[in-house]
Design a binder for this molecule. Structure first.
Ligand code: AHM
Ligand code: MG
Length: 322
């Protein structure tokens, strides 16, 4: 499909009208979120609600608003059966006859809202296995290999929706005049090798030795592999991964010392991002296995993640020796 194609046309040509309907609603919801993000400092919706979410993290006013917007738009899609969000503990049935479930991080990197740094929405779509009626947890607890579509929207210097339906990765930039998403990045492929590593190195004292050794590798001089690599870390997974997807690089959020789990959530952060990066020719692991092969056991389960350019993730794996 050629550059400039509008998102609805791209989706309706994909041959799956139910999924297209869902994604068009989701994209409309993201446009609304983008509007609120852009105007937040004027309308006074910056800052926290004073409450914490199911993960014990401070809920920003825009987190809550974004969650409500997505639920409303996905309910209106008629084809989204069920909804899981970082912001709510349980699952919701939105359309009992719908075919798909959606897991979302409505506003990722929300600690960056008040400082105009890139933030975003991440989503993953499954085909439900329960048929019809109320959705259940099994609909959501499928491995990443079963993912039907995944994507993210970055609200940054421009707004871009990056999407995969399992046949390549496509980026759609939001036109500010007519508020339409236009295909701007057809068939994105991530470089096999990059020069960027992204990690919260301030947490270094909490990393296990293999992770520390890999970071030493990243910062050692070697002309052949363009080392030392540059450290780039926004603290917003969508922003960091979007840059690395286009330029090449590795993004790491390792497990905490002595555990196998990191900070990021499997169903609505790690799996969708891994599905996208694999579709773009990169790879993603938790240090032991491909993220997409992990069998999720809990809705808000966390995972360590090493994701990005194929050669760089392979090199990290050599250090981890799981
Ligand atoms: P959030 O979903 O509550 O915004 O948290 C996830 C974010 C990611 O976007 C980012 O990569 C990570 O948390 C940053 O964490 P840290 O501040 O520990 O480096
Ligand atoms: Mg997040």
């Amino acid at each position: 499909m050629k550059k400039g194609t509008k998102l609805p046309e791209f989706l309706t040509n994909s041959g799956n009208l139910e999924l297209a309907k869902l994604l068009i609603s989701l994209a409309e919801g993201c446009k609304q979120i983008g509007r609120f993000v852009n105007n937040a400092a004027i309308t006074g919706i910056t800052g926290s609600t004073g409450t914490t979410n199911v993960q014990g993290e401070a809920v920003q006013k825009l987190d809550e608003l974004s969650n409500n917007i997505l639920m409303d738009y996905l309910r209106a899609s008629e084809t989204c059966a069920g909804y899981l969000s970082e912001e709510t503990e349980g699952i919701f049935t939105l359309n009992p006859q719908g075919k798909y479930t959606v897991a979302v991080d409505p506003l990722d990197g929300s600690s960056n809202i008040d400082v105009v740094a890139p933030i975003g929405t991440i989503f993953s779509i499954n085909e439900r296995i329960s048929g019809h009626g109320e959705v259940n947890e099994k609909d959501f607890l499928q491995t990443g290999r079963a993912t039907k579509a995944a994507g993210y929207v970055v609200y940054g210097s421009s707004t871009i929706l990056v999407l995969t339906l399992g046949q390549g990765v496509f980026g759609f930039t939001l036109g500010t005049d007519d508020l339409e998403f236009y295909l701007s990045h057809p068939d994105i492929k991530t470089p096999a090798h990059g020069k960027i590593y992204s990690i919260n190195q301030g947490n270094g004292v909490k990393f296990d030795e293999p992770v520390k050794n890999f970071l030493t590798y990243c910062t050692t001089i070697d002309n052949e592999t363009s080392r030392p690599y540059s450290l780039r870390y926004i603290g917003s997974m969508v922003g960091d991964l979007h840059r690395n997807l286009l330029k090449g690089g590795i993004f790491i959020y390792p497990a905490n010392k002595g555990t196998t789990k990191g900070k990021l959530r499997l169903l609505y952060e790690c799996i969708p991002m891994s599905f996208i990066i694999e579709q773009a020719g990169g790879q993603a692991t938790d240090g032991c296995q491909h993220i997409l092969d992990i069998k999720p056991e809990e809705l808000h389960e966390r995972s360590a993640i090493y994701i990005g350019s194929r050669d760089m993730v392979n090199k990290a794996m050599e250090f981890l020796k799981c």
